[in-house]
Design a protein around this ligand. Structure first.
Ligand code: DGP
Length: 118
């Protein structure tokens, strides 16, 4: 069983933010911003590659509720999902990083220089 399924099952403790029948939000163990929340579906989905449009519809509203709940809806935030090796996905259970609470930098994401590809 994957680590996020263990969190859903209550086998691993987290600092929860919000949950409903389908989704769970909790604080990231290694925060990259003053607010760094992870949003996951309770059923196992490997990554964004496998999510259905129907599940996405539910997650969209849930992420909006999470942003409001942690007080970053008006100040702004970033929503990221890492997919696969090049995306830097470490946990193979779909999750959205919701980051905010301060002005976020917009860095150089790739190890390679994008100019080398043009
Ligand atoms: P990613 O690289 O996109 O797969 O991000 C995985 C995130 O999950 C990373 O920011 C750290 C977080 N994380 C991993 N294990 C745990 C855990 O046991 N508890 C919590 N709260 N977060 C975790």
């Amino acid at each position: 069983m994957c680590i996020f399924c263990k969190i859903v099952n209550g086998e691993l403790p987290v600092n929860p933010v919000r949950e409903n029948d389908d989704f769970l939000a909790f604080h990231d163990i290694n925060p990259k911003a003053p607010a760094h929340i992870l949003v996951i579906p309770k059923v196992h989905v490997d990554s964004f590659n496998d999510v259905s449009p129907e599940m996405m519809a539910g997650m969209t509203g849930f992420i909006q509720e999470v942003a409001e709940a942690v007080g970053i809806k008006e100040s702004g935030y970033r929503v990221i999902t890492n997919v696969g090796h090049n995306g830097g996905q470490e946990v193979k259970h779909l999750h959205w990083h919701v980051l905010g609470g301060a002005k976020l930098s917009w860095g150089h994401f790739a190890d390679a220089d994008p100019k080398d590809f043009f």
